[in-house]
Design a protein. Sequence first.
Length: 121
Amino acid sequence: MSAANNQYKDRNFIAVLGDEDTVTGLLLAGVGHIDSRQKSNFLVVDAKTTLAAIEEAFLEFTRRKDIAIVLINQHVAEDIRELIDNHDQAFPTVLEIPSKDQPYDPAKDSVLRRVQRLFGE
């Protein structure tokens, strides 16, 4: 196995930042994990969740070596847009997803904007 593949081989988990319905659905699908430090790979964001808590969770998820993908509701991503736009690593990949109550706007999606810039659109 090459050195490049070795550094990504332990990325086994998906992290989730989102509203209660999104996180619950993904936990029921089996993405939930709590490690030996009692750290989970998900955060339920509601009206009481502080911006600092969202930022801290995002930064923790993007620094962990066992997370391959961070799924984040787009309306939550809007709150920390600068952090998401500054994340330039391939792993973990940050993907914005719609929520039940908030419409998805492709114009706000950081991945789609990067692809559009790449193709000169």
